[in-house]
Design a protein around this ligand. Sequence first.
Ligand code: M6R
Length: 634
Amino acid sequence: MCGIFGVIGSREVSSLIIDGLRKLEYRGYDSAGLATIQNLNKNQFGELLIRKSQGKLINLSNLIKEKPIQGHLGIGHTRWATHGKPNEKNAHPHIDFTGQIAVVQNGIIENHRDLSKRLKLKGIKFNSETDTEIIPHLLGLEIKNLLDKGLLTNGQTLLSAVQNVLSLLEGTYSIGVIWAKAPDALVVARRQAPLVIGCGEGEYFCASDSTALVGFTRTVLPLEDHEVALLTPLGIELYDENGNRQYREPSLLRGTELFADKKNYRHFMLKEIYEQPETAQLWIDRYMPSGVPAENLVALPISKSSIEKIERIQILACGTSRHAAMVGAYLLEQFAGVPTNVFFASEFRYSPPPLSPNTLTIGVSQSGETADTLAALRMEKQRRDAINDPDFSFHQLGITNRLDSSLARELDHVIDIESGIEIGVAATKTFLGQMLSFYGLTILFASHKHKRSTQEILDFSNELRMVPKQLLDIIKKHDALSKEIARLFVETKDVIFLGRGINYPIALEGALKLKEISYIHAQGYPAGELKHGPIALLDKHVPVISIAIPGVVYEKVISNSQEAKARDARLIGVAPHGPESEMFDELFSIPKVSEWISPLLTVIPLQLFSYHIASHKGLDVDQPRNLAKSVTVE
Ligand code: M6R
């Protein structure tokens, strides 16, 4: 989703900003722009310069080569259209009616219609269809007001103007603001949309995501909600929403995991699929070290006493993270015996179920910045805090790949899936990491609640330990096969994915992956539902992908698949080799594992299948149209 990158210091900033924006490209965008304050003119004020372009960042960087733009202070933006088409006019930065203030914004200003009506009544003309443009205009008026009151033309005045204007805005946002008359000031603010300050040597940065700061600095200061900061070449002044000065130590970005390197892979998505054996091994080494006593097999941030107290679990997530949560819910209910519900975070926030006592709320988000998931978690905390009854208190757990995210900062207990940065918009290795976290929780709940014997728990965890090696074999075997099969489906318009029980969420995930990156319509169904409607769609043009793993529902899935084949559908199986697998036109064979463990393996051929179709069609696999890696608006 929209990305902000800003710099203030003593170097020329335009190429630095392009570099920073490039590292935010993976978030998804459709236009880009930047503004700088060029050297002081004879009035001792700077001049605001703007360059914008539609489409990819390369267009902006070519434009800057043709029409260079100077300055030691600047803000840049990659826009993911919400209000108004993705064109140059709507690209950020937006400027005020004086032409001296520029603003970049991530998020949505919900009361922009009212505010723009008021501004239009004052004779202010708008140049874009965006919600953002009201901010520079409001700032223009407020600065005039402050100067009339005798304030000086400097960064402090810009800061005061931003503080005053923010009180008029409703919605969620992060912003960066510069003013030609204060060439030594960059003002930033956040309300429920991420923004991180980076501290360099005599220069300061702001970015939507710490990944953009790698290569510039490792010292970061994430803004908290409702904070405003004034950055100058000399330092940072940080304020809370009441204007009280805040003092906080910056922290250091850890390790090298934030460096995004495609290595020799054609796309990040393929690289990330290939990284899954390692992801799984790292997860197991960290959370299930060998040689520990059976009652202590998993080291996750949830205590035995909390687990004993918890009677019910609710999980809030979106997209692929919700599919991981559904696998988790199956395990927690069927293996560990804990009633568990999964909610679309976007639905939960407006129609939550009645409060239940002793309930653990789990938020799952690879980015840790998904607006709906964060809002649903905040709402749940609020309503539980409000009733002030210990039985209904907010027991919380987050599962994320980003320890520097809002989710990780807002929740008291967090499982870091540590999958390493994921650049492809289509989640693959983080899905695996999220599922593994639920396997770990299942072991803990089953063991501390005495729902399974020690032997059952040991068997379950021993099988889990074999997964990295099995993943390696499956990827090797099925990469070539899926590449070969993918050619047959390039013209396909609809695909049906079938799964049951623990593999139903994998059918949903297979369909989501295919839709996201190949733009082929796909639906996942619990196989038993086929004859209740979707079977009407089947003919030789609609392939069916069936996940059939021996276990509780194996025979049923096989019969449902036969029903599809009888309607001439081309049938692709994700199943172990055996007499039944003869019925499939194509087979992605899976080792004979227990049904419990199978989702960790069955998802792999589906990821590869989608990848190869999209890649064969020549599509932008890593940045599919209209999608964003981090969905920071509602
Ligand atoms: O960052 P999150 O895990 O919260 O993101 C949730 C969804 O937006 C995300 O899973 C989306 O569905 C992906 N593009 C899936 O590949």
